[in-house]
Design a protein around this ligand. Structure first.
Ligand SMILES: Cc1cc2nc3c(=O)[nH]c(=O)nc-3n(C[C@H](O)[C@H](O)[C@H](O)COP(=O)(O)O)c2cc1C
Length: 220
């Protein structure tokens, strides 16, 4: 795996859509795979859905970060080569660092992203720190990746995704591929986390790049 030389600084938002697994794997991938210092914002609904999906009793974002760190360290072995630092910002604190474009973040990921947060971003209606930070990320022309989860989509959802794309954001649906033959839920989580890292321009070894089904034709 290539290294990621520059310490990176991201805003990571987790909201109350199903698919906590994807957010968890994104945190794990950053924690022990990418050097840097980022800000984590977790909505109350994200905690609720996480507890539902993992049978946990997390009370707050710090509990969630500890849970992800334990899992990341277990997966990486006792001494990982990097440990990404996270500051936690309160979802309601619209004056926290990610609220200003003057804070030099490289970009933002919202994973998973609820339709409610998607609507807030698409409308420029910044009612909490995740929506404000996304609004700032777009106005500063920085990379914004959202990982929505809903089924089926209404026309409102689709229009909001279109608006977000038109404004420069990237909609990366929570749709893992199956040609890699995933063996577990964790494989699905690693696939989405790997796609996010790649879109951020970061190297990743969470799943192998597709080499093609047919052998390349060699020059005679
Ligand atoms: C168990 C559970 C699962 C949910 N799944 C989804 C979902 O997949 N997609 C979605 O858009 N909202 C989902 N919701 C609803 C959101 O959590 C709700 O709209 C919430 O207000 C989102 O707030 P937030 O975006 O600030 O986190 C779910 C709620 C619960 C309790």
């Amino acid at each position: 795996m290539q290294s990621n030389p520059t310490p990176i600084s991201l805003i990571i938002g987790l909201t109350g859509a199903s698919g906590s697994l994807y957010g968890l794997h994104l945190l794990q991938a950053l924690l022990t795979g990418v050097a840097g210092r980022s800000t984590l914002i977790v909505s109350p609904a994200a905690i609720r859905v996480f507890n539902q999906e993992f049978d946990t009793a997390l009370e707050n974002p710090l509990d969630l970060l500890r849970y992800a760190t334990e899992r990341a360290l277990q997966a990486a072995g006792s001494s990982p080569s990097v440990l990404h630092d996270f500051d936690i910002a309160d979802y309601r604190d619209i004056g926290a660092r990610p609220a200003s474009g003057s804070a030099p973040y490289h970009g933002m990921v919202i994973c998973p992203c609820s339709m409610k947060t998607m609507a807030g971003i698409a409308a420029g209606y910044t009612s909490n720190l995740i929506e404000r930070a996304a609004d700032v990320t777009l106005k500063e022309r920085r990379r914004l990746i959202v990982v929505p989860r809903e089924a089926p989509y209404s026309l409102i959802h689709l229009r909001n995704m279109t608006a977000l794309t038109e404004a420069g954001g990237i909609v990366l649906p929570a749709s893992p591929a199956f040609y890699q033959k995933p063996q577990s839920f964790d494989d699905l989580g690693r696939f989405i986390a790997g796609r996010i890292l790649a879109l951020l321009g970061l190297s990743q070894n969470l799943f192998p790049a597709w080499e093609g089904e047919t052998k390349a034709i060699q020059n005679p």
